[in-house]
Design a protein around this ligand. Structure first.
Ligand code: ADP
Length: 477
């Protein structure tokens, strides 16, 4: 049944899924932002490290006498005093900064496509056996360097440093740990680069700092996510409990509605029947006065019957058990009967009632009671909610097998905030709730009746200016 409202069970499942989905997305966003922040922090720290290294290597490069360097070309030059001076200077540079692992000087080979050592801070005696990498054994990786020794795998930064100081873009890891290298030109009096100063700096600390910065942050984020999850699970739990309570209340309301209406239907019919007997004189002739009273009681009983059948309809729609009895319908007769009820009401309230309908309408196959009830309800609402001297227009046409009907009034209109809920069960707009009698059943049943027969019902309205209801209903619903 398409008009049956969304069940609380359904909305519970939907809302919980929605909540978990929202939390999932929020967690992903938080993780993504944390990752970006981490990268940003690492970049800042790397920049800082590089700047420090560039300053260190540039300062070191100006401490050498180019004449000394020019004396160191071949292996045996390590015996010259210039070698001692240069290497001792390199040792001082290394010892002044505990982060510097290697300090050495390179120059381009004669061919210009490679590089060779000029001097190295570890090679005061290039043939000494020392455990250079501190791994406990003296092996090939501990070889020292002498003047003119080829430097293998020259990084591009070393050549570029002939022009200006350079620093590796990325940290790298080898047997001496995580390192970063800086290169700076050593220039002669003419401003020509004669060699380059290289400093390899330890960056293990840098890694430690990055982790130290990031780990508390990560812990905080994980804690935050945990708190959010707990909150959401708690809220969803409370929410579900509330929905369970609402669902139970709703079910009980339907049950009461259904029981009450069924229990009322029979006694009201009996009352009507007895009143008819009274009126017909079956229980003795009535005086004129008595007849008038019985007649009033009859119209009260009719209203009561209508109300009971409406409650019954509402509970049927609610339970998805609306029963249509389709039959051949003469629309001319149907509208005639409706107008016989409506026109006197309009006249009584001094409302101008204008109808615009075809002279002859085709036959339809529809549920007589529901179709009549819907159109009559729209018309009596239009009269009910339109002040005296207002007007109501009824337009009916049959196009392509569809009854196109509209009821337009110049009445109170429906406030914007109420419009979305106006077809809801027992819903009444705020502008009529305390001023005009009603129960809010009519439009709910109308929507059920029209949609169940394959039609559509909708409206336009402006508070204070009037309302126009539309119905499109297939002739063979
Ligand atoms: P009732 O008229 O008994 O309150 P209905 O279900 O027929 O119940 O209508 C629901 C609500 O829709 C009304 O209470 C009223 O607020 C609004 N309404 C319906 N028709 C009109 C209309 N023609 N003009 C203004 N408001 C209307």
């Amino acid at each position: 049944m398409n008009i049956k409202s969304k069940t609380p069970e359904g909305s519970k499942r939907f809302n919980a899924t929605f909540a978990y989905l929202g939390v999932g997305i929020a967690i992903l966003v938080i993780l993504f932002i944390s990752w970006l922040l981490y990268l940003h922090t690492v970049n800042l720290l790397t920049d800082n490290l590089k700047n420090r290294l560039r300053a260190t290597v540039t300062t070191a490069a100006v401490q050498f006498d180019v004449h000394d360097l020019n004396e160191l070309h071949v292996e045996n030059d390590y015996k010259k005093p210039e070698w001692n001076r240069v290497v001792n200077q390199l040792i001082r540079i290394r010892e002044n900064n505990s982060d510097i692992v290697f300090a050495y000087i390179l120059r381009k080979t004669e061919a210009g496509d490679g590089m060779e050592f000029v001097a190295d801070s570890h090679s005061l005696d290039p043939y000494a056996k020392i455990d250079l990498d501190g791994n406990g054994v003296i092996d090939d990786s501990d070889t020292l360097n002498w003047p003119g020794q080829e430097y293998e795998d020259v990084p591009a930064e070393a050549f570029a440093a002939y022009i200006e100081p350079m620093v590796n873009d990325e940290l790298y890891e080898d047997q001496w740990g995580i390192l970063i290298s800086g290169y700076a030109p050593i220039v002669d009096n003419e401003g020509q680069t004669q060699a380059i100063m290289v400093v390899d700096m330890r960056a293990d600390d840098f890694h430690k700092i990055t982790r130290q910065t990031f780990l508390p942050f990560l812990a905080f984020i994980v804690l935050l996510i945990g708190i959010i999850l707990l909150l959401v699970v708690g809220i969803v739990h409370i929410w579900r409990q509330q929905i369970d309570v609402l669902a139970e209340t709703d079910r009980q309301k339907d049950e009461v509605l259904s029981i009450v209406s069924h229990q009322l239907a029979t006694p009201v019919s009996s009352v009507k029947w007895y009143l008819e007997m009274l009126m017909d004189g079956d229980l003795g002739e009535l005086t004129k006065d008595q007849k008038e009273h019985v007649s009033s009681m009859q119209s009260i009983a009719v209203n009561l019957t209508d109300l009971v059948s409406m409650i019954l309809d509402v509970s049927r729609i609610q339970l998805g058990r609306m029963r249509l009895e389709k039959q051949e319908l003469d629309l001319d007769v149907l509208f005639k009967e409706i107008l016989e009820v409506i026109e006197p009401k309009a006249l009584e309230k001094k409302i101008k009632f204008v109808k615009n309908m075809p002279k002859k309408m085709p036959k339809a196959i529809l549920d007589r009671r529901y179709t009549r009830m819907t159109i009559e309800n729209l018309l009596s609402n239009a009269i009910k909610y339109t002040p005296t001297n207002g007007s109501v227009h009824l337009n009916v046409a049959v196009n392509n097998g569809i009854i196109v009907c509209s009821v337009e009034d110049t009445g109170m209109g429906i406030p914007k905030d109420d419009q979305a809920k106006i077809f809801g069960r027992m819903y009444r707009a705020s502008n009529v709730r305390n001023s005009v009698d009603g129960n809010g059943f009519g439009l709910y049943i109308a929507k059920g009746a029209i949609e169940e027969q394959g039609g559509k019902i909708w409206f336009e309205s402006e508070e204070g200016n009037g309302t126009k209801f539309h119905i499109n209903l297939p002739l063979k619903g």
